[in-house]
Write a protein that binds this ligand. Structure first.
Ligand code: SAH
Ligand code: SF4
Ligand code: F3S
Length: 463
């Protein structure tokens, strides 16, 4: 019986923590992808339940968290640089606690505290519920480490605190982890096994966001097409297309976005659902990684160039107004000039609206690191990257030019950085549009006629 803790005792413990931490300030900095942004909102929620408040002023902090990314070596180097700054601060303020959380914490585990003395906490992405205990351990002067990955954790019952949000659009995490094991990728190691979150809790979160005045949600997962909720009692399953439809039906004024789609798994059912609802935004991020089937095989992506082309064709057929974006890795192991040309031809044929482009960065313990040689010289990687960036920037301008004269419904996100007299927002296609402010404000839907374009932005007038 001694293992049974009554709910009252737990409650009391919670309020004791809250009192003890009252007035303590957390400074949190987030790197990496949207999943990390969403996770930081969970972390802040858990910390606030334990009496902490957040601060934007690092000098006022009692605790600093850095939510980290391991996707490429340069991402980790940037974080190491920030750690030097935090450590310097701690030398002048010894009671300050520093915690490394997220993907780099998971990848490096206790090695992090060995390499970077003065770090007090190392917490992996599935261990955030343990934060109150870990903080206590750290406060007692011991190193606090929890990097256990979970097969079930989805934080479904934790209400994210949108501490740095614009109040217009919010992320909703619908699944965690990744089972794809692309040969270059560290994510399956840092985020563990793929698992879907209970749809009821997703819908409840979206409904609450509407009540709180939000106008847009983005459903997040490393491969949203694999979203699958099994209702064991009912003996039924719930797919991504069904989830998308349910979220879209909450409110026609709530825009719905999602990321990331996976070429192998993206179904026409999802495309048809997108076509059915005006408020499901017409933008698909469908990372190709390479235009060469041989390289795709080595990357273990599970599709060929031909298959990828056929998915693009389906999108263009079912959703003629849909924008498509992509990710490309250049200089992957054994990539030849021939392979590179196929990537160039992919960019041209797909006619992407936008592409994120990266040089291959070998990640420790991945399949590629173990089995292949990182044999494309750095200068070749660089020149190929420059070439694809230059080509894509021309393509983006050409694609954007087709928008001149068209009218788009823009959801206003805020005042333009360049001028107080201009607002910016996004079209359904996820393009940033800048236009004269007039009496419009953040959160409004405004019809904008496009008059000018660059490779990254559209400029227009309200009509
Ligand atoms: N789940 C998403 C990608 C998440 S990571 C998907 O599969 O599409 C975001 C992007 O980082 C990837 O699409 C890929 O282009 C890039 N990336 C991942 N690992 C990389 C590595 N080792 N080197 C360079 N870029 C990498
Ligand atoms: Fe990484 Fe591939 Fe998973 Fe994307 S789908 S996170 S690239 S393993
Ligand atoms: Fe980086 Fe982790 Fe996201 S490695 S890209 S923060 S899942």
């Amino acid at each position: 019986m001694e293992n049974v803790i009554s709910p009252n005792i737990i409650k009391n413990q919670e309020s004791i923590n809250k009192d003890k931490n009252a007035g303590k300030k957390l400074f949190i900095e987030t790197y990496g992808c949207q999943m990390n942004v969403a996770d930081s909102e969970l972390v802040v929620s858990i910390m606030m339940d334990n009496g902490f408040s957040t601060t934007d002023e690092i000098n006022n902090a009692d605790l600093i968290f850095i939510n980290t990314c391991s996707i490429r070596d340069n991402a980790e180097q940037r974080i190491r640089g920030r750690l030097q700054v935090f450590k310097k601060l701690k030398r002048t303020k010894p009671e300050l606690l520093i915690g490394v959380i997220g993907c780099m914490a998971e990848r490096l585990k206790e090695k992090l505290v060995e390499e970077e003395h003065l770090i007090d906490l190392v917490i992996g992405p599935d261990a955030y519920r343990d934060l109150p205990n870990l903080i206590k351990t750290a406060e007692s002067g011991q190193k606090a480490i929890n990097v256990l990955l979970s097969r079930e954790e989805t934080y479904a019952d934790i209400n994210p605190v949108r501490y740095s949000s614009n109040g217009v659009s919010a992320f909703i995490s619908i699944m965690r982890g990744c089972d794809n094991m692309c040969s270059y990728c560290v994510v399956p190691f840092t985020r563990g096994r793929e698992r879907s979150r209970d749809p009821q809790s997703i819908l409840a979160e979206a409904k609450q966001l509407v009540v709180d005045g939000f106008k847009e949600v983005t459903l997040l997962g490393q491969n949203v097409d694999k979203y699958n909720w099994e209702d064991k009692k009912a003996g039924s399953t719930f797919s991504f297309a069904s989830l998308l439809e349910e979220v879209a039906r909450i409110n026609p004024d709530l825009r719905v976005r999602f990321s990331t789609s996976y070429p192998q798994d993206m179904t026409d059912e999802v495309l048809n659902t997108m076509a059915k609802y005006k408020n499901i935004c017409k933008h698909i991020h469908l990372p190709a990684q390479s235009g060469s089937t041989r390289i795709l095989e080595k990357m273990k992506r599970g599709y060929s160039r031909q298959w990828y082309d056929s998915r693009i064709k389906s999108i263009k057929k079912i959703l003629p107004e849909c924008a498509i974006s992509s990710d490309i890795i250049t200089g992957f192991c054994t990539e030849t000039e021939e392979d590179h040309k196929e990537t160039l031809s992919l960019l041209t044929e797909a006619g992407y609206d936008m592409v994120f482009m990266f040089k291959y960065s070998e990640r420790p313990n991945t399949y590629a690191e173990k089995k292949f040689e990182d044999d494309v010289p750095e200068d070749v990687k660089s020149s190929r990257l420059t070439e694809i960036i230059n080509l894509q920037s021309k393509i983006s301008v050409e694609v954007n030019k087709k928008d001149i004269g068209k009218t788009f419904e823009v959801l206003v996100e805020g005042v333009s950085k360049k001028s107080k007299d201009e607002l910016y927002g996004r079209s359904s296609q996820n393009k940033v549009i800048i236009f004269p402010r007039k009496d419009y404000k953040k959160g409004d839907y405004v019809n904008i006629k496009v008059t000018k374009v660059t490779s990254a932005t559209l400029i227009g007038e309200s009509i």
